[in-house]
Design a protein around this ligand. Structure first.
Ligand SMILES: NC(=O)C1=CN([C@@H]2O[C@H](COP(=O)(O)OP(=O)(O)OC[C@H]3O[C@@H](n4cnc5c(N)ncnc54)[C@H](OP(=O)(O)O)[C@@H]3O)[C@@H](O)[C@H]2O)C=CC1
Ligand SMILES: O=C(O)[C@H](O)CS(=O)(=O)O
Length: 492
């Protein structure tokens, strides 16, 4: 079924990728993968555990020892081939994303552009990894620094952006000269495996990019976070899982990057351009059906424009087209699974029970299954679950505020600090608020802040480190310092 939907059927892999080999069978059986829109079986993937994970790590270490000897220019050329193959196969990759994750095809195409951007960006950044010559304390000495690839990297990635969350890690890792073992989310392995097929075609050596298919997540994660050959753990997902992985990585002091959960405030000041605010809020809230860690989780509107903006938002949200992501014009796809729908339902019911007003949506969609109606809640109190916890779904809670400082205080009253958004035309007001907000990223008069050029990451319990931008490659490098003595400065 799935294979015949692709122009290039070889991109459909029901296997793990270890040391350049497709492993279709393991002693641990198979897992069925289902389409969240229809419930139909998409694929059967071999279940991996400790043994397969260890094999991948050992293969990665062997491959790393040759890959790190290549020139940055060579790695750049290989990554550029990977980038061009990803772009050439965009339609198939987007189809796989929509089938396994559910997002509308138009968004899936956008994700492939986003994902490819990381490969292209770090193909160039590989050639800009530089050291220093530092003025020495003694005449006979020279101080030199080198940046060297850290080694085998373990990547554990989420289901919501099954391509971009892999290339945002593999791009810089491979560009730096490292090797990677990826454990994608069990719900979205097909995209990762297709990227693996294209990596092999691009000339990325066997063992440099490995994909472990799920099954026993804890067992796989246990090996990835404790094996001595793994020197780096990079994770994108929930804060609670990130905490576990950090704890497990401590035993062997692995370098860790964590892109974790969020609770993004979206503040609309009373001088905002209303049309800009409406468009920005819709993107910040409903991108990927609200299943994004940088989704606007709380929309805070100043009292003077609250009623007018609430009405505009309710009207637009009520018009969003819900359906199977493969259907033309669909803007809101299914949620990833039944658990995600239940969490949204609990948050909406709790808010309404607490006095919030339902302006549109508020119930499971008539399509059934994992579909939920895009929802706007008014008069949400800051302490309600829908505003305190990460809803991770198509629900927009509107919170009213009077003074600027009240909005900042509410925005910062959370253990999370990933993204924030604000809308205003007053430069001084924007600057005051942007500096005061406790988050790693701030969208100003826009709801779309994701690109490969900027440093993506959070503070507080939203994460450690940055991905993308010229900062992103440092996560995969070690800095070495040479203190070289015995050099006589004069010819006398
Ligand atoms: N900051 C960011 O960039 C992002 C944050 N998130 C956050 O993640 C949550 C939703 O995404 P979701 O994918 O469900 O997040 P999870 O944290 O549940 O899962 C993320 C990945 O971690 C794996 N995993 C889960 N438990 C363990 C474990 N004990 N050991 C090793 N690996 C483990 C999962 O594997 P498996 O699939 O097999 O369970 C999956 O591959 C939300 O809180 C969201 O905010 C999501 C995306 C991006
Ligand atoms: O824009 C992004 O990168 C997405 O929000 C990805 S994630 O951080 O939510 O996984």
């Amino acid at each position: 079924m799935t294979r015949h939907l692709l122009k290039n059927p070889d991109l459909f892999r029901e296997a793990a990728l270890i040391d350049g080999q497709w492993i279709t069978e393991t002693p641990h059986g198979h897992s069925e993968l289902r389409n969240p829109a229809t419930g139909e079986v998409l694929a059967r993937l071999p279940r991996c555990k400790e043994e397969e994970t260890t094999r991948a790590i050992v293969a990665a270490d062997k491959a790393f020892r040759a890959w790190r000897q290549t020139t940055a220019k060579h790695r750049s050329q290989v990554l550029n081939r990977w980038w061009s193959l990803i772009v050439e196969n965009k339609e198939d990759l987007a189809t796989l994303i929509t089938l396994e994750e559910g997002k509308p095809l138009s968004e899936a195409r956008g994700e492939i552009d986003y994902a490819a951007g990381f490969v292209q960006w770090f193909a160039e950044e590989s050639k800009r990894v530089r050291g220093d010559v530092i003025p020495a304390p003694r005449e006979t000495q020279r101080i030199v620094t080198l940046k060297q690839p850290i080694g085998v990297c373990a990547a554990i990635t989420p289901w919501n952006f099954p391509a971009a969350m892999i290339t945002r890690k593999a791009g810089p890792a491979l560009a730096a000269g490292c090797a990677m073992v990826v454990k994608p989310a069990s719900q979205t392995p097909l995209t990762a495996l297709a990227l693996g097929e294209l990596a092999l075609r691009a000339g990325i050596p066997p063992g440099i990019f490995n994909v472990i298919t799920g099954g026993d997540t804890r067992a796989i994660g246990g090996v990835l976070t404790s094996h001595p050959l793994v020197r780096k753990v990079t994770f994108t997902g929930s804060t609670e899982v990130g905490r576990v992985l950090l704890q497990q990585s401590a035993s062997t002091i692995k370098k860790c990057s964590m892109e974790l959960g969020g609770n993004a405030p979206c503040i609309v000041f009373d001088d905002a351009d209303i049309d800009t605010a409406v468009e920005g809020i819709l993107v910040a809230k409903f991108r990927n059906t609200g299943q994004s860690c940088i989704a606007a989780n709380r929309v805070m509107v100043q009292a003077g424009i609250y009623d007018a903006l609430a009405a505009r938002l309710a009207e637009r949200v009520g018009q969003l087209k819900v359906g199977n992501g493969l259907e033309p014009g669909v803007q809101i796809g299914p949620m990833i699974d039944a658990g995600a729908v239940s969490k949204v339902e609990e948050h909406v019911d709790n808010a309404v029970a607490g006095g919030a007003r339902l302006l549109t949506g508020g119930r499971r969609h008539a399509l059934g299954g994992c579909f939920y109606e895009p929802t706007v809640l008014a008069d949400v109190a800051p302490g309600m679950a829908v505003a305190v916890q990460e809803t991770f779904g198509p629900v927009m809670p509107l919170v009213r505020f009077e003074r600027d400082e009240d909005a900042i205080a509410m925005a910062n009253d959370t253990e999370f600090g990933l993204a924030s958004y604000l809308f205003s035309k007053d430069a001084a007001r924007i600057w005051r608020a942007a500096e005061a907000l406790e988050s790693g990223m701030v969208g100003i008069n826009t709801g779309l802040i994701s690109n490969e050029l900027a440093p993506f990451g959070g503070i507080k319990q939203s994460g450690l480190g940055r991905e993308g931008s010229h900062y992103g490659i440092d996560e995969f490098l070690e800095l070495k310092y040479l203190c070289w003595d015995g050099l006589h400065p004069s010819f006398a």
